[in-house]
Structures are given as C-alpha cells and as structure tokens.
Design a protein around this ligand. Structure first.
Ligand code: MN
Length: 287
C-alpha cells in the first residue's frame, strides 16, 4: 500500500488521485496493527481527491532519525572524504527538524552554505535490537523519501543537519511488501528545475539490511524510527526561492520543498572553513 498522512495526521491509502482513509486512525496506529499481524482495512467509499488533502510528514514523532554519512562512493569522491559509512558509523538528526511535504526549508544564516541531499529512507515497524543482516528487512514497515538538508562546515553533523525544517519527508510511505527491493531504487533530485542527482541505490556502500542490522547493534530501534540511507553525488547549494524535488522509483509521488532565506542572521559558530570540502555549486540559471 502507498500510505499518506494527511490533514490532522490521519492515514490513508493512495489509489490513483484519491486518498482512501484507513480504519487505523494514524500512521502510528497503522504500524501497530502491522506489528500485530493485522491487515490494514480501508474505509468504504470513494475517498477524498488528493488535491483536497494537506499531505503531512508520514511519521511526525519518531524517537530518532538515524542517518548514514558518505554511503555512496561518488559522493565520497565529490566531498574529498577519506572515510565512508564503514568507518564513520551513523549520526542522528533531531526529529524536530521534520517538515511536511511541500513545506518551506528556512535557511538560518546568510554567511554559510546549505545543500540539498536527496535520500531513500525507511521506517521501522517493530522493535529491533541486535538483529542480523539476514533478518533486518523484516523489521522495516515501509520506505519513503527524505531530504537531508545540510549546512556545510566543521560543526558536528548533528548540529549542521538538525535545524528546524531541515528534514522534509514523504509524501508516501510505501509498505515494504509493495515496495520490493530497496537496493533497486532510482533516485533523482532537482533544484529549481536543474537535475542535480541521478543515481541508483544499487550503489549504496551499506545497503538497507546492513544499516538496520548495524544501527540495531548500537541502539534499540522502535516502531516509527527513521533510517535514511545517505546521498549520492550531486549535492549543491540552496538559495532563497529555490524549489527542491525528489523522485524515488516506487513511491508514486515526488517530495517537494521550497527554500526561504528571508530571516537570516550571521552564524554564531565558526566552522565555515573547516570540515569536508563540498564540490563547487553548479552554475545557476540567470546567475
Ligand atoms: Mn545525508
């Protein structure tokens, strides 16, 4: 099923251009029913036209967002990074950074660079503690799109990637049974119409099963927790007025976000010229 959260957080199933409400009241409820082995039940009726609902982030309150750094070799190369996920482990993004689909990313500083990172993410369906790589995928409820918006520089990743609005996620959460192999997903990401990222999850250094297994060896994963798999090459700077669009094969709807930099201040921290060096930004239209 292609699930969406909408309006006040209720959950529905996408059927063409309509949303059919589920008997489960919320995505949390839908996950709990899945965990209990109960089938998802749709309400009767034609549902609601997609254009008449306000799409929301699929899970608004995960206990944590776990994120893989440097998990594609071409991104490792463009960042001139000498380390990748197998050396770095993962980092955490604050759940308060989540942003509804179609929302506005608010850049906080005028003297720092902020980049888009398009990623495939997954939502955990049942409690996972030290699960094997072989069993790991059975703990995944479903898959979704995620933008890991990032300030470049030398501050800790958990600071640079946790500003409010820095984690747009959704709009669909496709259940694992329907989504199929997470290692065969095509990813494309545009900024204001320019294609910046065009990749396949075949090129992940650590695939989904390994990420889930490893993460669960460090911390217990709870239903609703999010793991995002990392970004391929093509990161670049965002500017006021930009539109970001992420397409992942199998999700059905693209994730979009606007960018605003209309209330910025000078950065209080001094990491600007430290840390991994990103590629120069692409030439901008009209620039
Ligand atoms: Mn990332």
């Amino acid at each position: 099923m292609r699930l969406v959260s909408y309006d006040d957080g209720r959950v529905g199933c996408l059927a063409g251009n309509r949303v059919i409400p589920l008997r489960a009241r919320t995505m949390r409820d839908a996950i709990a029913r899945w965990e209990a082995g109960e089938p998802a039940v749709q309400e009767h009726g034609d549902g609601i036209p997609l254009r008449d609902v306000r799409l929301r982030v699929p899970v608004a309150d995960p206990s944590k967002i776990i994120a893989a750094p440097v998990n594609y070799r071409d991104h490792q190369a463009e960042m001139s990074s000498d380390a990748q996920v197998g050396a770095l482990g993962f980092f955490l993004k604050a759940p308060s950074s989540l942003l509804d689909p179609g929302g506005t990313i608010r850049l906080p500083y005028h003297d720092r660079r902020f980049d888009q990172e398009g990623e495939l993410a997954l939502v955990i369906g049942r409690t996972a503690c030290r699960v094997s790589e072989r069993d790991a995928l059975s703990y995944v409820f479903g898959y979704t799109g995620l933008l890991d918006i990032t300030m470049r520089g030398g501050e800790d990743r958990s600071t640079r990637k946790s500003f409010d609005t820095f984690t747009p996620m959704g709009p669909t959460l496709v259940t694992a049974d329907e989504f199929g192999d997470p290692g065969e997903v095509e990813l494309r990401c545009w900024v204001s119409g320019d294609l910046r990222q065009n990749a396949s999850t075949r090129d992940l250094i650590w695939g989904v099963a390994r990420l889930v297994s490893y993460a669960s060896s460090v911390m217990t994963l709870h239903p609703g927790d999010v793991i995002t798999t990392g970004t391929p090459a093509g990161v670049g700077p965002l500017a006021d007025g930009d539109t970001v669009r992420l397409e992942l094969s199998g999700l059905g709807l693209d994730l979009t976000a606007q960018v605003a930099a209309d209330a910025t201040i000078a950065s209080p921290t001094s990491g600007r010229n430290r840390g991994p060096v990103p590629p120069p930004g692409p030439a901008r239209r009209g620039a």
